[in-house]
Design a protein around this ligand. Structure first.
Ligand code: SF4
Ligand code: SF4
Length: 144
């Protein structure tokens, strides 16, 4: 587990589909298109104006850094609150569980379990679970 990928809400960036599935797929598509000579003719294809820079940027730079570095919804109420309160993760907050987390827990069913694990067993046990999931190809989106 890489601590820089621990999100305030209890998600783990490496198990997000954007990092685990979409970015690697974008790299494959981008490489295939470059090797196929598409880069030089993309401007001739209607509708490619936004697509090509987006694909290139995702493949070469990645679109996500991490929750704590500012990726994701800039207006995320959970992140704003956690930063204001100075908590490392919501699971360790005195107000946990709160209404700000409720919609996230509804959308990501494992989050409640994962935050309970964080509270009861700590970051290392939680991280071990995240690593095991990553190695099996798990993503939060795939659990819905
Ligand atoms: S931006 Fe908000 S919802 Fe997204 S991972 Fe960070 S705390 Fe969780
Ligand atoms: S009040 Fe809620 S959203 Fe804010 S830090 Fe605590 S648990 Fe997280």
């Amino acid at each position: 587990m890489d601590k820089k990928y621990i999100c305030y809400c209890g998600l783990y960036c490496e198990n997000c589909a954007v990092m685990a599935k979409v970015t690697p797929a974008a790299k494959v598509l981008y490489t295939e298109m470059v090797n196929g000579g598409f880069e030089g003719i993309m401007h001739l294809i209607p509708g490619s104006e936004g697509f090509w820079p987006f694909l290139k940027s995702m493949a070469t730079e990645g679109i996500c850094v991490s929750c704590k570095e500012g990726s994701g919804d800039p207006s995320c109420a959970v992140r704003i609150c956690a930063k204001e309160k100075g908590v490392e993760v919501c699971a360790f907050c005195d107000s946990y569980p709160c209404e700000k987390l409720a919609p996230l827990c509804k959308g990501v069913p494992v989050l409640e379990h994962d935050n309970a694990l964080l509270r009861e067993k700590g970051v290392d046990a939680w991280g071990k679970l995240q690593d095991e999931r990553r190695d099996k190809g798990f993503t939060y989106a795939g659990e819905k």
